[in-house]
Design a binder for this molecule. Structure first.
Ligand code: IMP
Ligand code: MG
Length: 174
């Protein structure tokens, strides 16, 4: 089976929305610092672009969890594949994700990080697909709310492809 990608959100629109999110974070944590926890691999592009636009002090670390296999369907089971290396104690943590789909990944991850005695733990996701939610999660910062379509680009993949697209597109199967 082959597929093609149809553009859904333009690069300029993604970039300007990220700037707005950065400004919101700057405002909300004025006089403080934030600790961004980037969820690999999908959120890598978004986390870097977001970090570049935040002007208060930023610490960045990376985690990897497994939720999806190689296809487009969640297994529901979430495993920590790589933990962060730095301490979260007394930090203002913001988990940076590419997309919230069923909510399984972020609800598990947030509960896991809350145990680390951070000052606060919030969630920032570039995309949100609320129609697919199975577990309730509070997303504090959302880039775009999108319909139930499988999307790629700006870090998101289909079978590890398309992460490098500078825009968000929908995968259509031929
Ligand atoms: P959740 O646990 O179902 O919320 O899934 C979250 C993870 O599934 C995301 O971090 C993505 O890596 C992946 N995912 C969910 N929807 C999509 C999509 O439309 N395109 C690419 N990856 C997706
Ligand atoms: Mg992800």
């Amino acid at each position: 089976m082959s597929e093609h990608v149809v553009k859904m959100i333009e690069e300029e629109d993604v970039d300007s929305r990220i700037l707005e999110l950065a400004k919101e974070i700057d405002e909300e944590y004025k006089g403080e610092e934030v600790f961004l926890v980037c969820v690999l691999r999908g959120a890598a592009f978004f986390a870097c672009e977001l970090a570049k636009r935040i002007t208060i002090p930023v610490t960045l670390d990376f985690m990897q969890v497994s939720s999806y296999g190689s296809g487009t369907r969640s297994t529901g089971e979430v495993k920590i594949v790589k933990d962060i290396d730095l301490s979260l104690r007394d930090k203002n943590v913001i988990i940076v994700e590419d997309i919230v789909d069923t909510g399984n990944t972020l609800s598990t991850l947030k509960a896991f990080l809350v145990q680390r005695k951070a000052k606060s733990v919030k969630i920032c996701s570039l995309l949100d697909k609320p129609e697919r939610r199975e577990v309730n999660v509070d997303i504090d910062y959302v880039g775009f709310t999108i319909p139930d379509k499988f999307v790629v680009g700006y870090g998101l993949d289909y079978n590890q492809k398309y992460r490098n697209l500078p825009y968000v597109g929908v995968v259509e199967f031929d």
